[in-house]
Write a protein that binds this ligand. Structure first.
Ligand SMILES: NC(=O)c1ccc[n+]([C@@H]2O[C@H](COP(=O)([O-])OP(=O)(O)OC[C@H]3O[C@@H](n4cnc5c(N)ncnc54)[C@H](OP(=O)(O)O)[C@@H]3O)[C@@H](O)[C@H]2O)c1
Length: 333
């Protein structure tokens, strides 16, 4: 089968489209013939962290498709079912938080291929209101945004949430989900076009990432900040957050370390909260929440599988607004 395979070199240079063997599902597993898959920043980090000694890997955590083989002992799923993939492996109950969530597409083979074999617990029925493209790009980003906002950030209607880096996949879901519960949403971006785009979604304030946020927020303070950028913007958070506010961190796009004045944290009694991915339970809750509020993913662009490297170049350049996806149907027989 055709797949986007990473092998031989670190980074994007090690990515090529080639042939891999199609696997058979083992006990408790199913095989999904993929229609679409979604790119995540994680794929770039994985490619960067691999060396020429690592075995070939099919990347990709997100996808949607049709079950085409069912392993022994699998109940409730049949060949021909339309499914959406849960990328978190082995985390079922929300309160049983793993040390590091295991995610499809590294170290196990992922979704940038004609088919993928996964545990049967890792699929849900595809929501009918979503197109294949929408379902394929949704899982990882939407799950992360849902847990960050609600399970961990405890966002309430009427609270003001700031989402830095609105161009990102997770950020756009967070904007739509927060608006759906009646929160006031402000965003930042390095890019004026993306700020303009976010105004189309009636955000409260759209701020330049490099500007003076206090001035641009007209002195208003925020209750919650959803951080995935890290050091490039972190120091600004302490200027615009209310006493008792929550900073929810789930990414480190601009680096792993930030310097924080402990006094700036403890005098205003801030909470700094970590979050990562989400459980199987939360994935089900998130899909119901999205359907109830008729939230659809924002699709930036869909590329054919043989242009996967192009798709990643767009992500590396930070040109996207919303999710970048792959169409995998052209190679299906
Ligand atoms: N822990 C988890 O479970 C989890 C899950 C998903 C994602 N993540 C992490 O969260 C981050 C975002 O993921 P994503 O897939 O949504 O990424 P993405 O689509 O690439 O978006 C990242 C956005 O962050 C902003 N940004 C990046 N570098 C910046 C810098 N140096 N200065 C200012 N802004 C910057 C940009 O926004 P503008 O273009 O608007 O300026 C960019 O579009 C990544 O670090 C990813 O690894 C973690």
């Amino acid at each position: 089968m055709k797949a986007a395979i990473h092998h031989g070199r670190s980074g994007l240079d090690g990515l090529r489209v080639g042939e891999m063997n199609m696997e058979e599902p083992g006990p408790g597993e199913i095989r999904v013939r993929l229609k679409t898959a979604g790119l995540n920043h994680r794929d770039l980090f994985i490619m960067k962290g691999r060396s020429s000694l690592d075995p070939p890997l099919i990347l990709g955590s997100d996808g949607a498709g049709i079950i085409d083989a069912v392993g022994e002992g699998v109940d409730g799923w049949a060949v021909g079912s339309d499914v959406i993939i849960l990328p978190t492996i082995g985390w079922n109950k929300t309160e049983e938080v793993p040390y590091v969530p295991q995610i499809l597409g590294g170290p196990t083979n992922g979704t940038f291929a004609e088919t993928v074999v996964i545990p049967a617990k890792n699929v849900f029925s595809k929501p009918e209101y979503l197109s294949w493209e929408e379902a394929g790009v949704l899982p990882l980003s939407a799950l992360t945004a849902y847990r960050a906002l609600f399970t961990r950030g405890k966002l309430q209607a009427g609270e003001h949430v700031l989402i830095p880096g609105i161009g990102g996949g997770v950020a756009t879901y967070a904007m739509l989900m927060a608006q759906a519960v009646g929160a006031v949403v402000s965003v930042t971006s390095r890019n004026e076009t993306k700020l303009e785009e976010s105004r189309r979604f009636s955000v409260h304030r759209a701020l330049s990432s490099s500007g003076n946020w206090n001035e641009d927020l007209k002195g208003e303070k925020v209750d919650v900040i959803l951080d995935s950028i890290g050091p490039a913007t972190f120091s600004k958070y302490l200027d615009v957050i209310k006493p008792n506010g929550r900073i929810v961190s789930f990414g480190a796009s601009s680096g792993d370390s930030v310097e924080v004045s402990l006094r700036a944290l403890f005098y205003p009694q801030l909470s700094w909260i970590g979050t990562s991915m989400g459980s199987r339970e939360e994935f089900g809750d998130m899909l119901r929440f999205m359907e109830e509020h008729a939230i659809r993913p924002l699709i930036d662009r869909i590329y054919p599988l043989n242009e996967t490297a192009e798709a990643f170049r767009r992500m590396t350049a930070g040109e996207q607004f919303g999710n970048i996806g792959l169409d995998l149907t052209f190679s299906c027989t």
